[in-house]
Design a protein around this ligand. Structure first.
Ligand code: 13P
Length: 233
């Protein structure tokens, strides 16, 4: 199982240091992989065997891109993993598929592990499965779905930060369809909590979870890792 924490715009540098230090004491079984995506200004030289990734970066080594960070800023901390296509970047920050593809190609070229997010909005979900899949399919356009360091995260926009979760059957249906588009590991994200994570791990074609708000408490996220340790599939 892959257990990933997207800390979003939370936890200061000091809090993140303490977070990673505490999380690093969690037992991680052989089949479990843990990733943490801190806020950009909380990236650091962590003394940890956990995988630390960036939530975002500009597709450049360095240059004139005010407010952005580039490859050199990630290399400074030996960061080789990145989250791309998150719904908050698509829908709040206005990132286009074209720009996401540019980032994907740049970081692929650099050999980064990429966690690539897809997911439908409420309006597609309400329009039914066909509309949902058609919308998500567009988010695969331009993406090398056979990239060996790719992980996909299915995160329905309406489930993020809302406490709403698709039924386990709905997760299974979408995941089995998305596995046809890419055989990469496929995570589920959107209101994953300590009390539903085990059931989600056990859904066929779910290879792990991407957790937002419930990951902010390190003891809860650590408990999710421990539950993942006990799942064998
Ligand atoms: P929540 O777990 O807060 O719903 O956020 C999910 C998410 O966006 C992870 O990337």
């Amino acid at each position: 199982m892959i257990v990933a924490a997207n800390l979003k715009t939370n936890l200061t540098r000091q809090e993140t240091l303490e977070y990673v230090e505490t999380l690093s004491n969690t037992n991680i079984a052989q089949g479990t992989k843990v990733l943490v995506f801190p806020a950009t200004s909380s990236l650091n030289s962590f003394n940890t065997s956990l995988t630390i990734g960036a939530q975002n970066a500009y597709p450049t080594k360095n240059g004139a891109f005010t407010g952005e960070i580039g490859l050199v800023h990630l290399q400074e901390f030996n960061i080789k993993s990145i989250l791309l296509g998150h719904s908050e970047r698509r829908h709040i920050l206005g990132e286009t598929q074209e720009k996401i593809v540019e980032k994907f190609n740049f970081f692929k070229e650099q050999g980064f592990e990429i966690v690539y997010c897809v997911g439908e909005r409420l309006q597609e979900r309400e329009a039914g499965l066909e509309a949902t899949l058609a919308y998500i399919q567009k988010q695969y356009e331009g993406i090398d779905t056979s990239y060996e360091k790719l992980t996909v995260a299915y995160e329905p926009v309406w489930a993020i930060g809302t406490g709403l979760v698709p039924t386990l059957v709905d997760i299974e249906t979408i995941h089995s369809e998305l596995k046809k588009l890419s055989s990469a590991p496929l995570l589920y994200g959107g209101s994953v909590k300590l009390n539903n994570v085990k059931d989600i791990y056990n859904v066929p074609n779910v290879d792990g979870v991407l957790v937002g708000s419930a990951a902010l408490e390190v003891k809860d996220f650590s408990a999710m890792v421990e539950i993942a340790n006990s799942i064998s599939k």
